[in-house]
Design a protein around this ligand. Structure first.
Ligand code: ADP
Ligand code: MG
Length: 707
């Protein structure tokens, strides 16, 4: 890396031509879902009886008739080839938290020619080598075989590249012995658990049988920076976050970025992203500037949770790829820039029985026994198992958000808002209930119509907030798969619903109210409607005895607690062995990420920063020396000061990098984190002293503002 690389990057960005807005565009999006094997294509490409059976599974969750595989494969292949595909792959979600694919072509040599084949077996199972995927000791390398199995509830889709396309078939992924090695299997199991418990409760309430559907709307935050800058930051390239960098004088304090007018270059990027997502049948809906400079959000409409989880993985992929071809880099890390807001992924979750959203309070929530019961179940679930919910989002990247000086904190609590809180208080006190009636909102400008007012205000600081007809889980990190948090949420709520259903089955209506009341009293400590970032909350939560993990590893360990093992086993989501192995995988992942960060930190300080500071030191020293030689008095004191500052910086960096090196040799993550935290301030202070032209790393004020 040459000394002038940073300014080269700036020159290149300055020379970039900016495209004018497109003219005469047709705004129709008739290509929506064109790259998905959706209902239309199923009906077009499959024989009628086959289509009917497949749609019964996709739309009504009926068990798949294995007999139809060959027919489906045939039609799917034809559809894929018509859409330019030459290859197919099973597409799955290994425990790395990313997606995996291994492509095979449809090609089969036939004499001198080749034909395109794809069998029912190719569709239903795959046998990728599983030995290089994390398994947490569930599979030894000699049993390398893994299986992928078709998930017909998430439709096959086409991924395009400059020279063709690949048919992707969403699958689960398990070991030779059937142990899940992915994130989808437990999610599907947890969907079943929640569905079963909901049906039981509804039956106890005398409701006719209906289908349970669980929905997720995932809001995705991300940063965009110019690729030129990214390429000059080894820390970003290797870890996804800046390990050094002084906060610039202006960052987000003017609050001028949030919802601000979106720059042309970014809009072009967003438009391209949306087009790709729409082709994939991903209902991208909302786009805006986020709080931090260079930070943005995309939110699709909610969908059935399994599909929404897969779609979010594709959203992240499309964001990265489209950024790349626009000369940008999309940073999905939870905290790319210290001192600047990090990125989350708000998981909006609710579930329906038939057409009724069970989290919809209705006009008379206090009279809505089912709603109140479900709400009480969620309060109970959150209080009993908040540690598991925390574990589902614990990780190296997210630990910079959670519990750091920024929402949401490491303490899980629920925000209900005024109306529901009032109802819960009345329920708790056994009062005759009346809810706060929601008056229309008047703005005081006569020409404006009165606005309907939401029953809940917003509380942006709560990790788990009721937002009118759904809960918004805000703790998940921007890079994390939604599968883990959704799986835990489904399971803990299933457990609570099951407990309550048992009570409903046993008690008469009157005593049931008392039961609900007891339950709310017992678990209401988890409800907190105030400012989650305040110090008072920390004290208050401590006195309420709410769990607070000290760090991500401690948080993850909750997965293997006795209560957790019993819970997941009871609902058929994990065997004890599967849980232990998962915990092992996640703790190792944390360790490895920290070691990589430590390694890059050390390398950057020794290979980049110290040499640059040494040069500056030499320059200042020789200037001082020549001044003295020439008997010039003015400036000598200042130069001496500069020499001292740089020299002390060198000593300090030398000392602190030695501490980091030791921690790395020992391999102790917590010690590595501490050593990195010790080293960073001196490096950042050198950034403020070294001649700007000589500083080799793009600065925060450039990365965050020049794009
Ligand atoms: P916010 O104001 O919280 O930023 P957004 O519009 O960005 O809201 O995102 C809200 C998300 O919640 C969207 O994905 C939306 O589709 C989703 N959502 C709305 N209703 C439900 C529901 N019943 N279940 C799950 N998600 C929902
Ligand atoms: Mg949003």
């Amino acid at each position: 890396m040459s000394m002038s690389s940073r300014s080269n990057a700036l020159d290149a960005i300055a020379a970039r031509s900016i495209e004018a807005p497109a003219q005469n565009l047709d705004g129709n999006i008739d290509y929506y879902g064109i790259d998905v094997f959706n209902t239309d294509s199923i009906n077009e490409y499959l024989p009628r009886p086959t289509a009917k059976k497949l749609l019964a599974t996709v739309q009504n969750g009926e068990p798949l008739d294995a007999e139809i595989a060959a027919d489906v494969a045939h039609g799917l292949k034809k559809w894929a080839i018509d859409h330019g595909a030459t290859h197919y792959t099973h597409w799955f979600l290994p425990l790395t938290g990313t997606t995996a694919e291994k492509h095979d072509s449809f090609l089969e040599p036939c004499g001198d020619k080749a034909i395109m084949t794809f069998s029912g077996k190719n569709l239903i199972v795959g046998e990728p080598d599983a030995s290089s995927f994390p398994s947490g000791g569930l599979r030894s390398t000699f049993e390398a075989r893994g299986y992928t199995a078709w998930d017909p509830t998430s439709p096959a889709f086409i991924k395009r590249h400059a020279n063709g396309a690949t048919l992707c078939i969403p699958t689960v992924f398990c070991s030779y012995t059937g142990v899940p090695l992915d994130k989808k299997t437990p999610l599907l199991r947890s969907n079943q658990a929640l569905s079963k418990a909901t049906k039981r409760l509804m039956k106890a309430f005398g409701q006719p049988d209906a289908r349970v559907s669980i929905t997720l709307g995932a809001e995705q935050e991300y940063f965009l920076i110019d690729k030129m800058f990214y390429l000059h930051r080894p820390d970003l390239v290797q870890t996804g976050r800046t390990l050094f960098g002084a906060p610039p004088p202006k960052h987000q304090q003017l609050e001028d970025h949030y919802f601000g007018a979106i720059k042309q270059r970014i809009l072009k990027f967003m438009g391209e992203v949306e087009k790709e997502l729409w082709r994939l049948g991903i209902p991208a809906k909302t786009r805006h500037n986020e709080v931090a400079p260079a930070q943005f959000e995309i939110a699709p409409m909610f969908e059935s949770v399994n599909l929404a989880v897969d779609h979010n993985m594709l959203v992240m992929e499309v964001l990265r790829q489209v950024a790349d071809r626009n000369g940008l880099v999309c940073l999905l890390h939870e905290k790319p820039f210290a001192g600047i807001n990090g990125s989350g992924k708000h998981n909006n979750w609710s579930f329906c029985y038939g057409d009724t959203n069970l989290l919809q309070p209705g006009n008379d929530p206090e009279q809505n026994a089912i709603f109140l019961t479900v709400l009480s179940a969620i309060i109970m679930a959150m209080d009993k198992y908040s540690e598991l919910l925390f574990a589902s989002v614990a990780g190296a990247g997210n630990s910079h958000r959670l519990g750091a000086n920024e929402a949401p904190p490491a303490i899980i609590s629920i925000y209900l808002g005024d109306q529901l809180n009032g109802i819960i208080e009345q329920l708790q006190n056994g009062d005759k209930m009346s809810s706060r009636k929601v008056a229309p909102l008047r703005i005081g400008v006569d020409t404006l119509p009165p606005l309907p007012c939401d029953a809940t205000d917003r509380n942006r600081t709560s990790p788990f907030a009721f937002t009118g007809n759904k809960f918004e889980f805000r703790a998940p990190g921007s890079s994390q798969s939604c599968a883990g948090p959704m799986m835990v949420l489904n399971t803990i709520v299933a457990d609570a619903l099951n407990d309550i259903a048992a009570k409903v089955e046993k008690f008469k209506a009157k005593t049931f109210n008392e039961e609900l009341q007891k339950l709310v009293v017992k678990h209401k400590r988890i409800i907190f409607n105030g400012d989650n970032y305040s110090d008072e909350w920390l004290k208050e939560a401590t006195s309420r005895g709410l769990p607070m993990a000290k760090n991500a590893v401690e948080g993850l360990c909750a997965l293997t607690s006795k209560a957790s093992v019993e819970l997941f086993e009871k609902h058929g989501v994990f065997t004890p062995q599967e849980l232990v192995s998962r915990c092992d995988v996640f703790v190792h992942e944390f360790d490895r990420k920290i070691k990589i960060e430590g390694g890059i930190s050390l390398e950057m300080v020794r290979n980049i920063i110290i040499p640059v500071v040494t040069k500056q030191f030499k320059k200042a020293l020789s200037a001082m020396q020549s001044a003295r030689d020439l008997k010039v008095k003015a400036g000598v004191a200042a130069l001496e000061k500069r020499v001292t500052m740089l020299g002390e910086g060198l000593d300090d960096m030398d000392k602190k990098s030695a501490v980091l090196e030791k921690a790395l040799i020992k391999g102790d993550s917590q010690a590595i984190i501490k050593a990195m935290e010790g080293l960073r301030p001196v490096v950042d202070s050198m950034e403020g002293i070294v001649n700007d032209n000589d500083w080799p790393l793009p600065k925060y004020r450039e990365m965050l503002f020049i794009y």
